[in-house]
Write a protein that binds this ligand. Structure first.
Ligand code: DQA
Length: 143
C-alpha cells in the first residue's frame, strides 16, 4: 500500500525550529525513519514537505484521485485554511498529526479547521505520532 506523509509550513525546519517544542530530529531524519517504519509495516511511504499551500492542495488532490491514504500535519494551516479542509474532505483516509499538544498551547491553536474532515487526529505524542498513524493505516489496509 502506498501512503503519502504530507508536512505543511515550517516543518522543513524540524530540528532547528523551537527544538524545545518540536525536538531535535530533522525533517530528513524523520522522512528516513518513516520510510523504514513503513517498510516494516508493508507500506510504501512517500514523505513530502511544502511551505506552499497550492502545492499541498495538489498533493491532496493526487491522494483523492489515487485512493491513497494520507498522514497529514497541516501545521499552521490547521488553524486557518478552508482550502486545505476542503481538499482533505475529498480524501478517504487522512490521519492528522500534530507533534505538539495543540490543546495545551496558545488559544488560537485549539481552533482546528481541518480536523472535522480528518479520519482521526493524533496530537502531543511527538514524532511518534507519525509512526502511530502509519500503524493505523497498515491495520486498515489489512482488513
Ligand atoms: C503543529 C502545531 C501547529 O500549531 C503549528 O503551527 C505547527 C506544528 C504540530 O505539529 O505540533 O507548525 O502542527
Amino acid at each position: 500500500t502506498r501512503v503519502l506523509v504530507l508536512n505543511g509550513p515550517n516543518l522543513g525546519r524540524l530540528g532547528v525550529r523551537q527544538p524545545e517544542i518540536y525536538g531535535s530530529t530533522t525533517h530528513e531524519e524523520l522522512a528516513q525513519h518513516l520510510r523504514d517504519t513503513g517498510r516494516a509495516l508493508g507500506l510504501d511511504v512517500d514523505v513530502r514537505q511544502t511551505n506552499h499551500e497550492g502545492e499541498m492542495l495538489d498533493w491532496l488532490g493526487e491522494a483523492a484521485d489515487g485512493g491513497i491514504p494520507v498522514v497529514l500535519n497541516p501545521a499552521a494551516w490547521s488553524h486557518t485554511s478552508i482550502a486545505i479542509a476542503d481538499a482533505v474532505a475529498q480524501v478517504d483516509v487522512v490521519v492528522e498529526v500534530h507533534i505538539s499538544n495543540v490543546h495545551a498551547r496558545e488559544e488560537f491553536r485549539k481552533h482546528l479547521v481541518v480536523s472535522p474532515y480528518a479520519t482521526g487526529v493524533i496530537a502531543g505524542l511527538g514524532l511518534g505520532g507519525y509512526d502511530l498513524a502509519l500503524t493505523h493505516i497498515a491495520a486498515v489496509a489489512a482488513t
